[in-house]
Every structure is written in structure tokens, then in C-alpha cells.
Design a protein around this ligand. Structure first.
Ligand SMILES: N[C@@H]1[C@@H](O)[C@H](O)[C@@H](COP(=O)(O)O)O[C@@H]1O
Length: 267
């Protein structure tokens, strides 16, 4: 596991975007060989998306031969609702870059048969050859995608009922009205993300500090689903100073001591 500690959320976004650019460019994607990215929504990855757009505009990054799979989507929210993850991705990334819309995959929370939709999603990921880099954010309770506390760490893409904490956390996007927040979502499973060649998790803010501690300093537990990535051979956590507040000084010192080495990964 790598833990990158940057001073601010903005620096986290910069590191993450540079890392993604480096990965895609080193891969040299082509018509015969697409780079496959797993993508999150939420406020945490917004800064990274802004930088990726800048890189694209500056001509240092193309998404022409990139396929994407988003982590999750609400059930029953119209696709064009301002808070749907379809809308979020279109507004914050896809409409600004050169990705072919046929290469964008987002779960359909309005499908007539939701189970079939989820099984088909797993099959599409397989058909694309698997995910090279899965990027995620986490909830303050340590959930990844919508894998709420108690989710099986072997879970696959499925329908999930949201817990009270997540509904509360997401109410800010729905006029702070709990009754407007959808109560169910389709989400990739923990095992779906575990299958990726590499996983990058962005964690910013003091309200995520306990989750980062549970993710890396305590045991693997389905009550903090992000902790499953302790079992992944190549997980990269990128955190700001605030998110490290619950970590041991020893942990922080160790990873900060490696920063010079880790900077080289994005130069
Ligand atoms: N399903 C999403 C997660 O994928 C996201 O990581 C989390 C945190 O969002 P934020 O980055 O806004 O804190 O929100 C939702 O629960």
C-alpha cells in the first residue's frame, strides 16, 4: 500500500490527476488496446476532474482510447436529474474531454430489471478486459462506492439500500431534505473494485480521518468496507493533512518520509 500525504485537498487533486495522466500515457492506449478506468462521483474527485480537463485542453492527455466504468448510481432518480450520477459525470468530466460516449458506462438505476442491469455491468467490465485503475472516494463511515457498513467484502455489482448516515451525508445535494434523497442505489461490489489492477482512493477532510485510520491502521472489516483494500496488492491512498488527524505519528512520519520517492511517480 502507498499513502500519499499532501498538505491540501487541492494538492491531492493535482497528484491524483497527474497519476492518472501518467498511467494512461505510459500505457499508450490505441484502437486495439484501451485503457480502462473506474470512476467515482462525490465532491472529493471534483478537483481531480478539473485538472484532467486542463491536461486535456493543454494537449497532454487524450481519452480517445479510454473506457470508463462508474461506481454507482441512484435507483429511481431520472437520468437527467441534476443530482443523478449520469448528470454529474457529464457536467464535471465527459462533456469537456474527447471520450467517445460509447466508451462511457454508468449503471442505469431506472432499468426495468435491476438485477439484470447489475449482472450485465459485471459482464461489460469483463468484456472490456477488466479495469486498469479504479479510482474511489469514501464516505465518512468508510464505505466505498455504495458498499455500506456490513456489505460483503466479496460483493459484486448489485442493488443496495442506503443507510441513515449516507442519506444524511447526501442530503446536502437534495436541498438538505432527507425525504428527497433516494434510498437505494446500484453499486459495484467490493470484489468488483478488488479485481482492478490498481486502486486509487482519495480521502480529504477531518470528517474522513476516522475512516482513513480504520482503512489502514486496523484490521480488514466489512464494517469499514474501504479496509478491504489492505488485501489488494496495489492500493494507493491519497490524503490531505486533515484526513490524517486520527493516524499514529509513526504512520504519518513513515509515509511522509517516502514522499520524495512517490513524487517521482507523477513527474
Ligand atoms: N456513493 C458515493 C461515494 O462513491 C462517495 O465516495 C461518497 C463520498 O462523497 P464526498 O466525496 O462528497 O464526500 O459519497 C457517496 O456515498
Amino acid at each position: 500500500m502507498k499513502l500519499i500525504i499532501e498538505e491540501t485537498a487541492d494538492a491531492v487533486a493535482e497528484y491524483a490527476a497527474r497519476y492518472v495522466r501518467r498511467k494512461i500515457n505510459d500505457f499508450s492506449p490505441s484502437e486495439e488496446r484501451y485503457f480502462v478506468l473506474g470512476l467515482p462521483t462525490g465532491s472529493t474527485p471534483l478537483g481531480m476532474y478539473r485538472k484532467l480537463i486542463q491536461f486535456h485542453r493543454a494537449g497532454t492527455l487524450s481519452f480517445k482510447y479510454v473506457k470508463t466504468f462508474n461506481m454507482d448510481e441512484y435507483v429511481g432518480l431520472p437520468r437527467d436529474h441534476p443530482e443523478s450520477y449520469h448528470t454529474f459525470m457529464h457536467h464535471n468530466l465527459f462533456r469537456h474531454i474527447d471520450i467517445d460516449p460509447r466508451n462511457v458506462h454508468i449503471l442505469d438505476g431506472n432499468a426495468a430489471d435491476l438485477k439484470k442491469e447489475c449482472d450485465g455491468y459485471e459482464a461489460s467490465i469483463k468484456a472490456a478486459g477488466g479495469i486498469h485503475l479504479f479510482i474511489g472516494g469514501i464516505g465518512p463511515d468508510g464505505h466505498i462506492a455504495f458498499n455500506e457498513p456490513g456489505s460483503s467484502l466479496s460483493s459484486r455489482t448489485r442493488i443496495k439500500t442506503l443507510n441513515a448516515d449516507t442519506i444524511q451525508a447526501n442530503a446536502r445535494f437534495f436541498d438538505n431534505d432527507l425525504s428527497k434523497v433516494p434510498t437505494q442505489a446500484l453499486t459495484v461490489g467490493v470484489a468488483t473494485v478488488m479485481d482492478a489492477e490498481e486502486v486509487m482512493i482519495l480521502i480529504t477532510g477531518a470528517h474522513k480521518a476516522l475512516a482513513l485510520h480504520k482503512a489502514i491502521e486496523e484490521g480488514v472489516s466489512h464494517m469499514w468496507t474501504v479496509s478491504a483494500f489492505q488485501m489488494h496488492p496495489t492500493t494507493l491512498f491519497i490524503a490531505d493533512e486533515e484526513a490524517t488527524l486520527e493516524l499514529k505519528v509513526k504512520t504519518v512520519k513513515y509515509f511522509k518520509g517516502l514522499m520524495e520517492l512517490h513524487r517521482r511517480l507523477v513527474e
